[in-house]
Design a protein around this ligand. Structure first.
Ligand code: AMP
Length: 203
């Protein structure tokens, strides 16, 4: 399978790039933020609980997120060429659970593509998005809180992937198309190296 995590601070462009990558590589995009918003809109028990965290910019609990993500993985694993994980893992505990769960299922452990964007640019993009997104968390106070949580809780996830040799950095500044080319180059290189290792190329 072609599995990777698209990671980066809120507003880095993960959603936009995922849409393009799904199309190019025939992947399933799994965004834990989107899954949570579906639960919130459907007013499920999970959704009501999740909303109390999301609306103030906090992370939802690890066990809730892991269960939700793995359910979606199990529903789709036999139907797709691979997964783009967007917004997951956001903590080291989630990263560790993901590795164990994928290993147990015999699914390829994903590598992490880290999209780096300047903080000032992130805030500008998120405020602009808030004008039309209708999202309760796209306002200045919550944006600042989300960026702070990203730095304290999510940035250590990068070290987790560095330690297992699965961290790939990409410059997330510039035009959508040129960032897309950079990410595609990383994916193509990963697939080529799998080929060279004589592994099955059917991602
Ligand atoms: P996103 O759409 O990825 O920006 O996620 C929106 C919000 O959903 C985040 O600010 C968190 O409150 C929550 N959320 C999404 N993914 C996760 C996750 N992996 N762990 C904890 N909370 C999450």
């Amino acid at each position: 399978m072609l599995n990777f995590i698209l990671c980066g601070a809120p507003g880095c462009g993960k959603g936009t790039q995922s849409t393009l990558l799904v199309e190019k590589y025939n992947l399933k995009h799994l965004s834990t933020g989107d899954l949570l918003r579906e639960e919130i809109n459907a007013k499920t028990e999970v959704g009501i609980k999740a909303d109390s965290y999301i609306s103030v910019g906090n992370l939802a609990p690890d066990d809730m997120i892991i269960a939700m993500l793995l359910k979606a993985v199990d529903e789709n694993a036999s139907k797709v060429c691979g997964f783009i994980l967007d917004g997951f893992p956001r903590t080291v505990a989630q990263a560790s659970a993901l590795e164990d769960a994928f290993e147990a299922r015999g699914i390829e452990i994903p590598y992490l593509i880290d999209m780096q964007v300047d903080k000032k640019e992130l805030i500008t993009r998120l405020i602009k998005r808030g004008e039309t997104s209708g999202r309760s968390d796209d306002n200045l106070d919550t944006i600042k809180k989300r960026l702070e949580i990203y730095e304290t809780k999510t940035a250590p996830v990068n070290d987790f992937y560095k330690n297992i040799g699965k961290y790939r950095l990409v410059d997330g500044m510039g035009e959508v198309e040129e960032i897309f080319e950079r990410i595609s180059a990383i994916i193509d290189k990963e697939q080529l190296s799998k080929c060279k290792e004589n592994k099955q190329f059917a991602y």
